[in-house]
Design a binder for this molecule. Sequence first.
Ligand code: NAD
Length: 260
Amino acid sequence: MKFKDRVCVVTGGANGIGLCISKEFAKSGAKLAVIDKDKAAGEKVLAELRSNGAECLFFPGDIAEKGVLVSFVEEVIKTFNKVDYLINNACMSNNGILSGCDYDDFNYVLKVGVTAPYMLSKLFCEHFTKDAAIVNISSTRALMSQADTESYTAAKGGISALTHALAVSLAGKVRVNSVSPGWIDVAANFDENFDKKHSEKDKNQHPVKRIGKPLDIARTVMFLCETDSGFITGQNIIVDGGMTKLMVYNGDEGWEYNNH
Ligand SMILES: NC(=O)c1ccc[n+]([C@@H]2O[C@H](COP(=O)([O-])OP(=O)(O)OC[C@H]3O[C@@H](n4cnc5c(N)ncnc54)[C@H](O)[C@@H]3O)[C@@H](O)[C@H]2O)c1
């Protein structure tokens, strides 16, 4: 029970990677505070975690709204009186310049992906315990792009930079790191055979020869939160099966450049 009685806050903890992070922390003895706009999924998670003996809180709401963040933080502190780990996981995309992503669409993604993580760090600041840690979920898309991804990519660039800025500002109080997942198939949360659904080509483009699963990310997040990781702050760990390390020139690895 590595995280016994530690309080872990997870944004977007009702589905996907956030769900896996919430469950893994709960299994390790932590108390959970989950915020998610998906009320039905959040209530399901709450019931499951409680039935497994975990103490937890679910707060339905959109983290793009300041009032929601303020109320959530009040509720967490009223319930648990402290925070050990803040996992800024929730994000989404409104695509980009080629498909008409406009001012409000773009700003919404930045609010979810960058402003909310900043505000939660600020609002929880005085409640963090000794040995506390913030882990931000970024993406390999902070470093490279496909076309028409500006809203998401900008949010991921933002949260990556926010990570080292906060690590310096909160030095001596809270360690702040990020994890950048590559392709993670969230279906793996419910299907042990998820990998069988992927083509050999999809798997083989990863040096580890498989697609990622939420547990790959949850384990890295937990590693960064451990007190034994106390010498690590301001860092980003890429968890992508090596995909961003595979240098591809036209003609390499059976790839052909076909966009002129
Ligand atoms: N899955 C991947 O391949 C992948 C790759 C790189 C990075 N990531 C990052 O990992 C994180 C989790 O991704 P995922 O694939 O699990 O996504 P997901 O869509 O499966 O789950 C995201 C969760 O966040 C919640 N959420 C989204 N916007 C919200 C808002 N405004 N307010 C409250 N809750 C909100 C959703 O309801 C959902 O429960 C994200 O930051 C994502 O950018 C995922």
